[in-house]
Design a protein around this ligand. Structure first.
Ligand SMILES: Nc1ncnc2c1ncn2[C@@H]1O[C@H](COP(=O)(O)OP(=O)(O)O)[C@@H](O)[C@H]1O
Ligand SMILES: [Mg+2]
Length: 218
């Protein structure tokens, strides 16, 4: 899979500049960086829901690319219907609800769930489909520790079964350490450092990366 070099400009200000990148198939990437560093913009452009400055196709070599938004959303219908919104089979939906411990919520209205419940439902919704590349934009932000652990198991399993590439945008360095094969570090709209997880998280080359990791705790 390849990501073409691209930029994104808002109000004459370039908020993101990304060089050409080759992504390894069948790997988990953690995308890290402070608020406003460009993680979501990167994910949304690569997954095609937002256009870069040249309005080109940024991602090559991936047929299906998915994006789970940072703000997960429950439509005003049952949790069950929300998960099946994009199609897929009932057995899979049931299994995902069981794994994420939301089966008891199946019949409830999705717009009345708590933040953590909404996030689990949104994760089930995205994992209903098979993607070659899937972005999960801070999926655990509203989850408690035990839900986050269920989520991590499920992400690993989805990745293994589909042999796909997952890009996990996260604020948790612990989560990055547990899951990631590779890490991308964004700083002020630039991809400042990327490479094998071990290298970036434990032996960063860049001073800014080092400072970020010190602050967020490796
Ligand atoms: N629609 C928009 N209009 C103007 N600026 C935006 C818009 N979306 C994002 N930005 C800016 O782009 C930068 C990167 O944002 P974002 O990708 O959401 O960062 P992150 O996900 O790392 O927190 C921020 O400075 C943000 O304010
Ligand atoms: Mg974001």
């Amino acid at each position: 899979m390849r990501i073409q070099a691209f930029t994104k400009t808002y109000n004459k200000k370039c908020v993101l500049r990304v060089p050409q990148l080759t992504l390894q198939n069948d790997k988990i990437y953690a995308v890290i960086g402070a608020n406003g560093s460009g993680k979501s913009t990167f994910a949304r452009i690569v997954s095609g829901i937002l256009q870069d400055d040249e309005k080109k196709k940024v991602c090559e070599g991936a047929k299906a690319v998915g994006y789970m938004p940072q703000q997960s959303y429950g439509f005003r219908m049952s949790v069950w219907k929300n998960i099946l919104l994009g199609g897929g089979d009932m057995a899979r939906a049931k299994e995902l609800m069981r794994r994420l411990e939301i089966e008891t919520l199946a019949g409830q209205r999705a717009d009345r769930l708590s933040g953590g419940e909404t996030a689990r439902m949104a994760l089930a919704r995205i994992l209903m489909k098979r993607y070659d590349l899937v972005f999960l934009d801070e999926p655990a932000a509203a989850m408690d520790v035990s839900s986050a652990a269920l989520m991590e198991d499920l992400i690993r399993e989805y990745q293994r079964e589909n042999k796909c590439t997952i890009m996990l945008l996260t604020h948790s360095m612990k989560q990055a350490r547990r899951l990631a094969d590779y890490v991308l570090f964004f700083h002020q709209g630039r991809l400042l450092e990327y490479g094998e997880a071990e290298q970036v998280l434990f032996h960063p080359k860049n001073e800014e990366t080092r400072r970020f990791l010190e602050f967020y705790g490796t």
